[in-house]
Write a protein that binds this ligand. Sequence first.
Ligand code: 5RP
Length: 214
Amino acid sequence: MSQDEQKRSAGRAAMRYVEDGMIVGVGTGSTVAHFIDALAERKHCIEGAVSSSEQSTRLLKERDIPVLDLNAAGELALYVDGADECDDRKYLIKGGGGALTREKIIAAASKTFLCIIDPAKRVSTLGRFPLPIEVIPMARSQVARAIVKIGGQPVWRDGVVTDNGNWILDVHGLRIADPVGLERDLNQIAGVVTVGLFAQRPADIVLIGEQVMP
Ligand code: 5RP
């Protein structure tokens, strides 16, 4: 099966967790795009979706799935999103698509975080995929210097502006032995908006293709 077919399997398998009347948190990316296609087939059974990006909002609206505001929706029962890497503790690197801040907000607001990935995303140690960090534009160089001090090599994702009007640094060269500690430490750097490590709030369930990860 190709990588895209694996993503499609995961996106469709996620529908097993969608219940009638739910407001579903919806992530961002190519795997989530398959989930949105599957969700559209049951759009009359759900109340709507809370979207993590302008990209997903557009896909949802094109399929006539109501997009709701998180402030009005309150706590969500289910959040479905992809990842760039996933280890065996269900800690994740996310943000390859640049939507990490809203993704982290929705993950925090959700009872169950269902992560849908293809097998290439499964790793023993996080860090081969460059860790995305969203920064306030005026703090880009300052945050980059702080990251160099802890052994990372930050690369500015030049030309990319997030949905929140910020910039992204992709940090290479980190072998992340302590994801919870690193997430906490990076969050302390002035100018950091969001770190693409999802360890303090990991996934609850991971689907690799259509298989549940043990
Ligand atoms: C976007 C993300 C995505 O979930 C991540 O990049 C995976 O994307 P894809 O499903 O296209 O492989 O974190 O910010």
